[in-house]
Ligand binder design. Sequence first.
Ligand code: CP
Ligand code: NVA
Length: 333
Amino acid sequence: VSPFAPRHFLSIADLTPAEFTALVRNASQHKKTIKSGSVPRNLLGALSGKTVAMMFSKRSTRTRISTEGAVAQLGGQPMFLGKDDIQLGVNESLYDTAVVVSSMVSCIVARVGKHQEVADLAKHSTVPVINALCDSFHPLQIVADFLTIHETFSARPTAGLNSLGMEGMKIAWVGDANNVLFDMAIAAAKMGVDLAVATPKGYEIPSTMLEIIKQAGAGVKSPGKLIQTNVPEEAVKDADVLVTDTWVSMGQEEETIKRMKAFEGFQITSELAQRGGAKKDWKFMHCLPRHPEEVSDEVFYSRRSLVFPEAENRLWAAISALEGFVVNKGKIE
Ligand code: CP
Ligand code: NVA
């Protein structure tokens, strides 16, 4: 790696626990400052006269709006480049595109299919590349999710080991083992949060990903434990937060019928929370977009549901990530 190579944000695995904590804390701080009507001094016009390329080969509501909004907030100009807008993939290679685009912008935010695509983009880009979702990771989502948990549970007594105050917490993930889960598991390991994952048989976390999650906890004083099961009730036991996501991620549409069958019994309902013995004040989270099969309306629209503040937190997470990786060139503190 050249000393001039930019620092990229492809997964939560790219961050130390202290850096992840800083990204979440900065997001929280900027949220308060901006909502009170001012702009943090270091962010005022920080991207003035600069552009950020958003190369998205898949649909997006939250990631697109939060990124465009965050760039605007910092005084920059986002350029949304959907898959039908640029030559990539039809007339031009990823290598040529990475070299050309990065020669003209300050950052590339990319939503791709395979992880290798965003990794290759990063390899050949002369500016920071931020992963806006690939088949393996969704780091901006997880910064927003931990901000949401931090805000919701910050009143809890903490033992001081974990600076987000989440030590001893338990997250239950019931559903598909996917991109959002993988980065959540990495963050949980780093932050000392236990994570229980219930998937149907045959849909467990792949072994290569288990290794990455294990690595995430290496060197951490009290890493969060990862528990895997095929029984939703087991995952939910004593959980503070119940989380799920779609059973059919973008790109898996042809598996829809098979997946609907396989995931029967994995819908999050208050009945499941009660049967499984979730904590009394359990909350619900979902990165959205949501379909009714993975969570009942009665949970999704209940007072336990954090889904809408969680979605809004994508904006503050995007501001924090741009600050860390673009404005401060990868120095995250
Ligand atoms: N949660 C999330 O990334 O949503 P979008 O696909 O709408 O960006
Ligand atoms: N797992 C989902 C997340 C969407 C934000 C997908 O990849 O489609």
